[in-house]
Write a protein that binds this ligand. Sequence first.
Ligand SMILES: Cc1ncc(COP(=O)(O)O)c(C=O)c1O
Length: 319
Amino acid sequence: MEDHPVLARALGAASLLVKREDRNGARVGGNKLRALEWILPAAGTSLVSMGGYGSTWCAALALASESLGRRVCAALFPQPWTDLVAATLGCTLEHAEVRLARSRAHLPWAIAGAWRTARRHGAVTWIPAGGATPLGVLGTVNAALEFAEQVRGVEPVDAIVVPLGSGGTAAGLLIGMWIVGWPVQVCAVRVTDPWFANRRRLMRLVERTRKLLERLGLEVVRGSATLRVIGDQLGSGYGHATEAGRVARARFADAGIPVDLTYGAKACAALGPLACSFPHICLWHTFDPRLASRALGEHPQLRAARRYAESLWPHPRSI
Ligand SMILES: Cc1ncc(COP(=O)(O)O)c(C=O)c1O
């Protein structure tokens, strides 16, 4: 946990805490590690999941699974081609088998191909995109309880700002805040399509996780913490950088906080407007650049992915 008074002043907030989830692991970190800590022990030996070409979820799943002797086959759909996408896909390719869809419409075929490949390695466990299952959410519930311990006795936080993709991270934060009984607003900044990242799906995940906890003997009552979905930072869609995101990324980089343009920069861009209503803010920093730090070099699937992505978005600005 870090306190950033200079950034807080620049944003117009009274205080800004940054929860460095990018540092929550020794080899790699990030919010997805929290979900994997719970999902992997319960999963079989052969796993199938999906995400964008530059999915940090699939990269983290591939890396963590390989170190436990599991096999991952990932079905990936195109997103604008940027340096970070190439590097993250490089990580997934290094640790998993990959089926590339050449467009979103082709994703069902890529999933079917991934499934066929995975079946060769044993009974297949399907893991939804982003690891957004009740079991995975427990990882962020734990992180929220850890956060509460870290800030106990400090100025209370009014809002926690987090990127919203599959919803598991925001769901875990809301449940965690209900458990500790804090009147916080969880501000989930949408970074992907509204049909996928929305309040209804997120609250359904919250309810399913509450039921799981109840079955495990912990009844979580709805507390005063609330959820707000922020939709105005998405820009042209998942993986498309925004100007506000670029400005925010540069500002946070100056403070030693490396955020990516797909997730973190859009959450950072929402901080300024939110500071008007919430004096004491926490940014939930989810992206670990170590997942995208090893260039794979030439790889046929890397070349194919680039070709597909650039045929859909010919001129993405590189990051
Ligand atoms: C780096 C990063 N931040 C934030 C998110 C969004 O988290 P969630 O999918 O739990 O909503 C993701 C999702 O993949 C991610 O990879």
